[in-house]
Ligand binder design. Structure first.
Ligand code: FRU
Length: 542
């Protein structure tokens, strides 16, 4: 019955199928497409009014789809769309257009959907890209495969938020083109119209990204409507340096305005480290310097030490998050200390927001949460936004990362206790151990220099071994060397746990994997739970 209705609907919507081609008039917002991982990827071309518009690799289902994905076709309304596929696949006939995506009813309420982290409705994500605040919106672009829950067809996905907590997914911003697929990059607002792409009173938002084609080259695109639609620069690529470096690996441009010298700075990962380029107009770039020892996704940010604006330092990091502290004169980064790490685990390719208003002044970071979602048509997520700070420690200045204050918007405080035995603390958490999302702040005091911590459903979230000085296997020595206490903030979602140790001097992201249903358990030789605070977190999708 349903099937007949569907066919009828398709007929009415003007979907007609031949062996390898589907033509329809675009009338709705989405094309819904059935996917099966039993099929190999094959190349599909989308033509608009007879002209090739996009090509992508996709596994069209033959039989029962594993899940449905969608292609946003709103921009083509009224035009003739043709989908070309190398062979006839049964699933081609099932493609239909609608104003809702297939599975809309359960969207964001699926059992394993992260509740306090951004995930795209369908498909894959990796790195956050083009993080920029503009006119009340935090933009989150990201490495995205709209057509499958695995990496492929790199496209810039796009979402916006007004509070860094609640997100709205928009249509993808940048699609693969003749120069390649859309790899990572950044975004700026060209307030002085150095590029000439702005209009009076409407500066251009400019995206600087890598095209991954025959070579990896750097390209630019601009938007005059707050990132909704983009025009690629006809002079792309603006940097093509693979030959010079004798490598394929030149990518992930991170651009910002350097006010003291009035020029643009690009940090670009080239082969063995981060290069600095400068430009007056975002189009012509001059190579200036290089810092070896980093791989992918550069970041270079200036931070006030202990909040003192008179004492600023620059931090350079790569995709893994290991960092150097140093100085920067607009053309060359000079390392003074490092490399250190502040974050480990399932986080990668983190980037900081450009253009945060001066009166806010925070440095806000989002990373790729490398979290698999075996039960969703989605893989990956974004880590919860954190504020980065530089603080003086016994060992020198170090980078801290801690969830942004906006997290409090989701928080419902449930209880607050002091000086509990491990069993008592475990019992206090019992009512909450089936909750989807929780924020737990706790400090434990050890009585022996052995191991102690907290587990959830048999998985050790924190395993602090004071004998070996490790937390979950990674070396950790508290600022107060002989401290018998460990302070932790745990941000627990359905599929991930983020742990912030001692106010964020060290943090990590992990997949949440239940081994049993034992709930929370504080453990360790005669430990005391000095402080325990638990809050439930409202879903960001409510
Ligand atoms: C890092 C990375 C980047 C690249 C992108 C491709 O995760 O490999 O270097 O631009 O992902 O998706």
């Amino acid at each position: 019955m349903k099937r007949t209705l569907l066919s009828l609907a398709m007929l009415l919507l003007g979907v007609g199928a031949t062996a390898q081609e589907i033509t329809l008039k675009a009338q709705k917002q989405y094309l819904n497409i059935p996917i099966s991982h039993k099929q190999n990827r094959e190349r599909m071309t989308l033509e608009v009014d007879g002209k090739p518009e996009r090509t992508f690799n996709i596994r069209i289902a033959e039989g029962e789809p594993d899940y449905w994905v969608f292609c946003d076709i709103a921009e083509f309304k009224g035009k003739q769309l043709t989908l070309k596929y190398p062979r006839h696949a049964a699933g081609l006939d099932k493609i239909y257009q609608a104003d809702e995506i297939a599975g809309q009813d359960s969207l964001y309420r699926e059992r394993y959907r992260p509740q306090v982290h951004y995930t795209q409705r369908r498909g894959w994500n990796n790195d956050p890209n083009g993080l920029i605040y503009y006119e009340g919106e935090y933009h989150l672009f990201y490495q995205h495969n709209p057509f499958e829950r695995e990496w492929e067809n790199m496209t810039w996905g796009h979402a916006v938020s007004r509070d860094l907590v609640h997100w709205q997914e928009l249509a993808p911003a940048l699609h693969p083109d003749h120069l390649g697929t859309m790899f990572s990059g950044s975004a700026v607002i060209d307030y002085d119209n150095t590029s000439g792409w702005g209009e009076k009173g409407n500066p251009a938002m400019v995206a600087i990204y890598t095209a991954d084609g025959a070579r990896q080259t750097q390209c630019v695109a601009y938007s005059l409507d707050n990132g909704r639609t983009w025009t690629k620069y006809e002079g792309n690529p603006v940097i093509d340096s693979g030959e010079k470096w004798a490598t394929r690996d030149t990518r992930d441009p991170r651009v910002f305005w350097y006010a003291p010298k009035g020029h643009w700075v690009m940090v670009l990962n080239e082969r063995d480290g981060h290069s600095i380029y400068t430009s007056a107009d975002l189009k012509a770039w001059q190579y200036k310097s290089h810092t070896t020892g980093f791989w992918e996704c550069p970041e270079l940010i200036e931070l006030a030490v202990d909040g003192n604006p008179e004492n600023k330092k620059w931090v350079m990091y790569g995709a893994s998050g290991t960092y150097m502290i140093g100085s920067f004169d607009g053309e060359k980064f000079t390392p003074e200390a490092g490399k250190f790490y502040y974050v480990r685990g399932n986080i990668y390719a983190a980037q900081c927001y450009n253009n945060i208003p001066a009166e806010d002044g925070r440095t806000i970071q989002i990373g790729w949460g490398q979290i698999n979602h075996p039960y969703l048509p989605v893989n990956g997520m974004m880590t919860f936004p954190t504020e980065l700070t530089l603080r003086t420690t016994r060992n020198g200045v170090r980078l801290y990362s801690y969830p942004v204050a906006e997290l409090a918007k989701l928080q419902e405080l449930k209880g607050n206790w002091a000086n509990l035995k491990a069993e008592e603390a475990t019992a206090k958490l019992k009512p909450y151990d089936k909750e989807g999302a929780l924020l737990i702040k706790t400090t434990i005091r050890l009585s022996h220099a052995t191991s102690a911590g907290i587990s959830l459903d048999g998985q050790n979230i924190v395993d602090y071994d004071m004998n070996r000085n490790t937390i979950n296997g990674t070396f950790y020595s508290p600022d107060e060397i002989g401290s018998m206490e460990l302070k932790m903030t745990l941000l627990i979602d359905r599929t991930s746990v983020e742990v912030y140790i001692d106010d964020g001097t060290y943090s990590y992201v992990m997949e949440r994997r239940a081994h049993n249903s034992s709930g929370f358990n504080f453990w360790g030789n005669n430990i005391m739970v000095k402080e325990l605070e638990v809050s439930t977190l409202r879903s960001i999708w409510e």
